[in-house]
Design a protein around this ligand. Structure first.
Ligand code: M6R
Length: 356
């Protein structure tokens, strides 16, 4: 299987730093001069009034991360749409529609595109299958370069979609005059650091995730919290957990805790917190701990100086703390293995969902 694990999913998780490197080697050199954007034949960013990103499941989460790039760097009104709910969407001209699907065969995505009126704008397909129905349907296609993904749970395609999308968006924005220069520069530096950040997360969490799964194997429900760009990763963590372990998992904006979900927290309730550096998370964590919840914080960047542990202030990239998906994937897989689930083929699910 080309890796150290007996299952595809474990190997595909491990592959993520290599996939990130492949995406950046292929695309990063043509970001700054807009060549990547132009090569795709996309209209100049000045001619785009809004962006709509479409997808399902993990691809929708990648789409939400990508939406953050258009919105934060370019200040372009951007929405991420659940493809199966897009039927009554009001489409406006000069919209860039980014359709995200690793398989390129997801019926909900194809059907959502059927609802687009003619002259609405341009459709860019972001897919791991450039010979797919989605690729044929779109005006422009970008390959997310993940390589074959066998596990039903999307892992390396998620990372590849986020990075490919970010490269494309930053390329168009770089030459547009609409980019916030400071955010753009910070994003370009963060892109280059991504493969190392992913491999650092793999090394830091491999054993820890296994220990944690052993500890939490009897937990019946899990909460995942995040704020801002971190929320997408909380959502992805909750999806991976339920898909693989068949345990209940919910994600919430941490600020919503006090509006309801806090009632779920009891002694020992596991609560994953995706830390994107927002200082308000400390208060959220204190609220959970005060009710006896067990907080597992991912994404913290602790720096040890002379025996003291300091939190580094973070101004994360506009797509959020991508490397935090690694511990969440690892934990879900470890828990599922302990529960004797088939991590490559969860019950009731298919790799490619061709019915709407
Ligand atoms: O092929 P797609 O990316 O369009 O698939 C979308 C979802 O069905 C998919 O991401 C699903 O949520 C995964 N199994 C999650 O791991």
């Amino acid at each position: 299987r080309g890796g150290r694990h007996d299952d595809h999913m474990g190997n595909e998780i491990d592959e993520q730093p290599v996939v990130a490197r492949r995406v950046l080697d292929a695309l990063a050199p043509s970001i700054r001069d807009g060549a990547l954007w132009n090569r795709l034949g996309l209209p100049p960013v000045e001619e785009i009034d809004r962006v709509a990103v479409l997808g399902c499941g993990t691809s929708l989460h990648a789409g939400r991360a990508l939406a953050g790039v258009f919105a934060r760097v370019g200040r372009i009104p951007t929405r991420a749409l659940t493809a199966s709910e897009a039927a009554h969407e009001v489409w406006e001209p000069r919209t860039l529609v980014v359709a995200m699907s690793q398989s390129g065969e997801t019926a909900d995505v194809l059907r959502a595109l059927d609802g687009l009126p003619s002259g609405h704008g341009t459709v860019l397909a972001l897919t791991n299958n450039t010979a797919s129905s989605l690729a044929r349907r779109a005006d422009a296609v970008i390959d997310c370069l993940a390589g074959p993904e066998i596990g039903v749970a999307a892992t390396k395609t998620f990372v590849a979609q986020v990075l490919t999308g970010a490269c494309v968006a930053l390329s168009g924005l770089s030459v547009s005059g609409r980019a916030d220069a400071a955010v753009l520069d910070a994003d370009l530096s963060a892109l280059a650091a991504t493969p190392d950040a992913l491999s650092g997360a793999l090394h830091a969490w491999r054993d820890r995730a296994a220990d944690l799964a052993a500890d939490l194997v009897t937990a019946s429900g899990f909460l995942f919290l995040g704020r801002g760009a971190g929320l997408v990763y909380a959502a992805e963590g909750a999806l991976k957990l339920k898909e693989l372990s068949y345990r209940w998992a919910e994600h919430h904006a941490a600020g919503e805790l006090k509006h309801g979900p806090l009632a779920l927290v009891d002694a020992g309730t596991p609560v994953f917190v995706v830390d994107d550096g927002d200082p308000r998370l400390d208060v959220d964590i204190a609220e959970v701990e005060a009710r006896g919840g067990r907080v597992i914080r991912v994404g913290e960047r602790a720096l040890r100086v002379g025996g003291l542990s300091l939190q580094l202030p973070r101004t994360g990239p506009s797509w959020g703390p991508l490397e935090t998906v690694v511990p969440l994937q690892l934990f879900s897989r470890e828990l599922a293995l302990r529960l004797q689930r088939n991590v490559d083929k969860p019950r009731n699910l298919a790799k490619s969902v061709t019915v709407a």
